[in-house]
Design a protein around this ligand. Structure first.
Ligand SMILES: [Zn+2]
Length: 191
């Protein structure tokens, strides 16, 4: 299983985690920037992270791994591969999280719900609702990066590879601005 340091190294090597001086979408400034999709560009890293996430659920029966599109698709696939079980994704249809393409959860199936990044946990909760509505049993939630700062409770066993809260500053009161470092605006809606 990856240590926190090894996981951080993978996120930094893949440029999913950047350090510098960033202007976030909120307008606040930060010395760190996270774009989880960057790490999933590399199958080897995605495999290492998802193997480690799957290992955290060793000993629990899982019949199916489900993640929400788009962020959860690769994570679901890789965790499903590690566990040797079926995997698919949910997606929004007119704004509502749904099972499409003939994907089905059978009553009584034990389902692990996965996602790349959790902040408010909204998408994961919607996937849990979809699974339960079909009679599936949610046995856990696995996420690569937990940015909820402990504020989200899914009511089931939840595991993550990396828990991190990215500190941000009011631009008027930003220590990096005070040092005269130029600020960069990364392109992403994830921040
Ligand atoms: Zn600043």
């Amino acid at each position: 299983m990856l240590t926190r340091e090894e996981a951080i190294e993978i996120f930094m090597k893949s440029k999913a985690l950047l350090t510098g001086h960033y202007r976030l979408t909120s307008g606040r400034h930060s010395s760190q920037y996270m774009q989880c999709a960057q790490v999933l560009q590399y199958p080897r890293y995605a495999g290492q992270l998802c193997d480690s996430l799957a290992e955290k659920f060793a000993g629990i029966q899982v019949d199916l791994v489900v993640g929400p599109a788009l962020g959860g698709i690769i994570v679901a696939y890789e965790v499903g591969r590690a566990l040797g079980v079926k995997t698919f994704f949910t997606e929004r249809e007119q704004g509502v999280m749904s099972l499409r393409r003939g994907f089905a959860v059978n009553p009584g199936e034990k389902v692990l719900v996965v996602e790349d990044v959790v902040t408010t946990g909204g998408s994961v909760k919607e996937v849990i609702d979809v699974v339960r509505e079909k009679g599936g049993e949610v046995v856990g939630v696995g996420v690569l990066v937990d940015r909820s700062n402990g504020k989200v409770d899914f009511g089931v066993r939840t595991e993550s590879i990396l828990k991190m809260e990215i500190e941000s500053f009011d631009p008027e009161d930003c220590p990096l601005c005070k040092q005269g470092l130029p600020v960069v605006k990364p392109g992403s809606r994830q921040v």
